[in-house]
Write a protein that binds this ligand. Structure first.
Ligand code: PGA
Length: 251
């Protein structure tokens, strides 16, 4: 059985004081939750605050992006070593907003993924097709190519440490969720790709999250699907009660 993993990607939201308020309320609501990995991904500026607030709990910390070098003349960038140092255990890599607005490619995803693994950060690797690509009947081609490029050169043992987040771009922040069948179909395709590239044991071990307008009222149905092992949540992760309800999904 794969352990479910529910993560909140705060994107570019929350000042430190807002982060403080959100996490203080959230941690009280989930203190009795067991059997699910909970991950919070605040912006860089709130990571230390959230690390302090969640110390002694099972809530894990993620960053939303990083560079692949350890240190050096890379103005404006943050390294995996720095993230590890302040208590991050996960890193989101290749989110579609980074691909669309900040030039992220499968090649940079691959470099970041290797760096994350080297520094002991668990990567959450995002893949997903745009609306035009879905309408052209290509969701699996697009996701297949992103996986192939993103995971190139990794060993099965390395891939085992990764989480894959399937996020159809047309479902992000739009209120449109993929139907559970649409989502599960791509999830099972991802598992087949992992099987072909890295073997059955890895394909069965890797957790695949769904992301794109996950809300308290659709999470149960999504999590009931056999190949959906978790959720990467944007908007609904910014409210303590709605994210707590998502974490307490019923399947
Ligand atoms: P959303 O974002 O839940 O607001 O659609 C999901 C994501 O981009 O990770």
């Amino acid at each position: 059985m794969r352990r479910p993993i529910i993560a909140a990607n705060w994107k570019m939201n929350c000042t430190v004081s807002q982060a403080h308020e959100l996490v203080s309320a959230f941690k009280g609501l989930v203190k009795d939750v067991t059997g699910v990995d909970i991950v919070l991904a605040p912006p860089f500026t709130s990571l230390v605050e959230v690390a302090q607030l969640t110390a002694g709990t099972d809530i894990a910390l993620a960053a939303q992006n990083m560079y692949w070098e350890e240190s050096g003349a890379y103005t404006g960038e943050i390294s995996p070593l720095m993230l590890k140092d302040i208590g991050c255990s996960y890193i989101i890599i290749g989110h579609s907003e980074r691909r669309a607005y900040f030039g992220e490619t499968d090649d940079t995803v691959n470099k970041k993924l290797k760096a994350a693994l080297h520094y002991g950060l668990n990567p959450i690797v995002c893949v997903g097709e745009t609306l035009a690509q879905r309408e052209a009947g290509e969701p699996t081609q697009v996701v297949g190519a992103q996986l192939q490029g993103g995971l190139a050169g990794l060993t099965p043992a390395q891939v085992n440490k990764a989480v894959i987040a399937y996020e159809p771009v047309w479902a992000i922040g739009t209120g449109k969720t993929a139907t559970t069948e649409q989502a599960n179909e791509v999830h099972s395709f991802i598992r087949q790709q992992l099987n072909a590239g890295f073997g059955e044991a890895t394909a069965q071990a890797v957790r695949i999250q769904y992301g794109g307008s996950v809300k308290p009222d659709n999470v149960d149905e999504l999590m009931a699907q056999p190949d959906i092992d978790g959720a990467l949540v944007g908007g609904a992760g910014l409210k303590a009660d709605s994210f707590a309800r998502i974490v307490k999904f019923e399947d």
